[in-house]
Design a protein around this ligand. Structure first.
Ligand SMILES: NC(=O)c1ccc[n+]([C@@H]2O[C@H](COP(=O)([O-])OP(=O)(O)OC[C@H]3O[C@@H](n4cnc5c(N)ncnc54)[C@H](O)[C@@H]3O)[C@@H](O)[C@H]2O)c1
Length: 263
């Protein structure tokens, strides 16, 4: 057995050249940052969301990096939409190598008052939507005997929080187990399935929480590094888990959280 390091592999291990990625929720704060990051390392990227116009800025940013980009309208909770997304990607770019499931929502209510329709919407988008994207990308990856899936979880999957996250935390807990389940089931097809679990980011989604002094204090008291994440903090983890550098890593939940779950 050759024990020496394959330097050619090491030199190129973060390269995403000639790879095609789908990033769901591409118009959102994290989706935009991750799509741009993957393009920066060489990938062509298909971005999705429910409204095409909102995806134009990210498409332009990817093209400005010299990569191909395409926007596809897709509600991740609708199976037909997801099948169409995968087929359009194959037709437009001839391949699919990476899936990053960023689309997600958060609804906060006291548990005892939680409207069940709102609860269901969180489950439909965060759990069913993540699963449908994995299912249809996974079929292609199985045929090709290769693929990278990166789901997006949250530190809310790790521990409870006093501020109304019953549905959101539960949905992200399901994303964690789905990640491990698919990693176990699809390892034989050489498909890596991992998750990024961020703490709170400065994004439009969290503006309301971070602008509230009392809430801000609660959140910061739980982050040893003492700050909320910046969108760019998610990019290194996404590139790593999409690239050959993580070829022997699967079923992991990578916390990008300033030390939150460490203690
Ligand atoms: N912002 C944070 O602090 C934070 C922390 C931890 C985890 N996360 C997770 O990161 C992901 C992105 O968060 P963000 O802050 O960028 O949020 P965001 O609201 O900016 O982006 C989410 C995107 O998902 C899209 N989306 C929602 N429902 C959809 C559906 N049914 N089909 C297709 N697209 C849909 C939205 O249109 C939006 O573009 C989410 O999964 C969120 O749970 C965010």
């Amino acid at each position: 057995m050759e024990a020496r390091v394959d330097l050619e592999y090491v030199r190129n291990m973060f390269s995403l050249e000639k790879k095609v990625a789908i990033v769901t929720g591409g118009a959102g704060a994290l989706g935009h940052a991750i799509a741009q990051g993957l393009a920066m390392y060489g990938a062509d990227v298909v971005v999705t969301g429910r409204t095409l116009e909102t995806l134009l800025p990210v498409v332009n940013d990817i093209k400005a990096l010299g990569r191909n980009a395409m926007a596809v309208s897709c509600d991740v909770s609708v199976e037909e939409d997801v099948e169409n997304l995968v087929q359009k990607t194959l037709k437009g770019f001839g391949a699919l190598d990476i899936l990053v499931t960023v689309a997600g929502i958060a609804k906060r209510f006291a548990a005892e008052e939680f409207p069940i329709d709102e609860w269901q919407q969180v489950m439909d988008i965060n759990v069913r939507g993540t699963f449908l994207c994995c299912k249809h990308a996974g079929k292609i990856f199985k045929e090709r005997k290769k693929g990278k899936i990166v789901t997006i979880s949250s530190v809310r999957a790790f521990a409870g929080h006093p501020s109304g996250y019953a549905a959101y935390g539960t949905s992200k807990g399901a994303v964690n187990l789905l990640t491990r389940q698919l990693a176990t089931e699809w390892a034989k097809y050489n498909i890596n399935v991992n998750s990024i679990a961020p703490c709170i980011f400065w994004t439009p989604l969290t503006q309301e929480v971070l602008d509230n002094e009392e809430m801000y204090k609660i959140f910061m008291s739980r982050i040893p590094m003492g700050r909320a994440a910046l969108t760019q903090d998610s990019v290194g983890a996404a590139v790593y888990l999409s690239s050959p550098a993580s070829d022997f890593v699967t079923g992991q939940i990578l916390y990008v959280d300033g030390g939150t779950v460490a203690g």
